[in-house]
Design a protein around this ligand. Structure first.
Ligand code: HEM
Length: 129
């Protein structure tokens, strides 16, 4: 029986599972291919905080993800197919591991943020300052 996401340990399981898929994915992995081991470790820690904050409102994430993605996308454009694939991998990982209210909330949050990110980034490509 699958259970719901209940704490930071569960968030870690989810994020680690997600990046196992990302590392094998031809569509998403290219964005991460220059990252050193040290950068990976840092990135994972940031992702644990981000999702812990998003689901359990811990207030421990203080970054600017929109800015980060806009910067990356200026070098390697993030397009609709990338966002679609990201959400597919993220949702697949969540559903493989967990089931419940928090899991549904997490997937919905990912979809909303992704849509917002895509709008902001795509606009920027069409209308560069
Ligand atoms: C096109 C889809 C996406 C790609 C290719 C992508 C890729 C990346 C990359 C390469 C980084 C920077 C890693 C580093 O250099 O440390 C990053 C950071 C991050 N991503 Fe994404 N991402 C995508 C979508 C998303 C979505 C939809 C979310 C949230 C729902 C998200 C959340 C984050 C967060 C929280 C960070 C860390 C930002 C910070 O430094 O504070 N990403 N992403």
């Amino acid at each position: 029986m699958k259970r719901d996401i209940e704490n930071i340990e569960d968030i870690r399981l989810l994020i680690d599972g997600f990046y196992e898929k990302v590392k094998l994915d031809e569509i998403i992995f290219p964005f991460f291919k220059e990252m050193s081991e040290e950068k990976w470790a840092k990135h994972l820690d940031i992702m644990y905080s981000f999702w812990n904050n998003a689901i359990f409102l811990t207030g421990n994430y203080t970054g600017y993800p929109m800015e980060t993605h806009r910067r990356i996308s200026a070098v390697m454009p993030m397009q609709r197919q990338h966002f679609e694939r990201w959400i597919q991998l993220f949702t697949m990982t969540a559903d493989e591991l967990f089931k419940g209210k928090n899991t549904e909330a997490l997937k919905q949050t990912a979809i909303s943020i992704s849509a917002l990110m895509q709008t902001k980034i795509t606009k920027k490509h069409e209308n560069p300052e």
